[in-house]
Write a protein that binds this ligand. Sequence first.
Ligand code: IYR
Length: 254
Amino acid sequence: KRKKYLSPDQEAEVHEDEIVDADGAKISSALPEDLPHVPLTTYTRYSEKEMIERSAAFYDDMNNRRTVRFYSSEPVPKEVMENIIRTAGTAPSGAHTEPWTYVVVGDKDLKASVRQLIEEEEEINYNKRMGVQWTTDLMPLKTNWVKEYLTTAPYLILVFKQAYGFNPDGTKKNHYYNEVSVAIATGILISAIQKAGLVTLTSTPLNCGPALRTLLGRPNNEKLMILLPVGYPAKDCSVPDLARKPLDEISVWF
Ligand code: IYR
């Protein structure tokens, strides 16, 4: 019986090369223990001039992003949606667990079911659950419980976090930092939508998670984080006239 030190303050016991916890249960690494490390071949170094141009151009593109609540029903190529989801899947995640499931709904009837479920719940949210302060704060944005975009937008993306996963042997797999990993991935998803020339809305349907999970047949380890309609803006689309904080208000430099 010998002890294996995993980190200075954490120890586990090793029996015949198996790591076991205090109760004798086997602990297996989610990634292969002999995972090879290979040279970084995907990095591109740019000149300072190129870096300044590229970062300024990307800022410009991202600064033109607006949250959109009015959508055209014009269809979007499925291949674009696939690329957007692939891009979100490039996000970093705790111990490379990739704790996300993107449920992409293009089916008309299913979008109608999602809309019905959310509007029923949101009416209660606006009238009872959110309270006067919250609904007053939202008044300038002119939002309410009627969510036409849920049926007009060609696609809805429902982002689920996987609170935990499963190893091939059926044991539970820890998903470290799953919430922040999914938040990072959603930021990349929004950027990909902008880059593709489409618009979206980061909506957070309150109290709808479990019912939507059931409707979409997702398992218990998944929790709805955010719902994004994706498409082109409606011809007469308007947005609130908001400004963003300048650099010196969002940063401190030493
Ligand atoms: N989820 C509701 C309410 C809502 C909440 C916030 I904070 C907003 O910035 C906008 C809306 C809705 O989708 O209407």
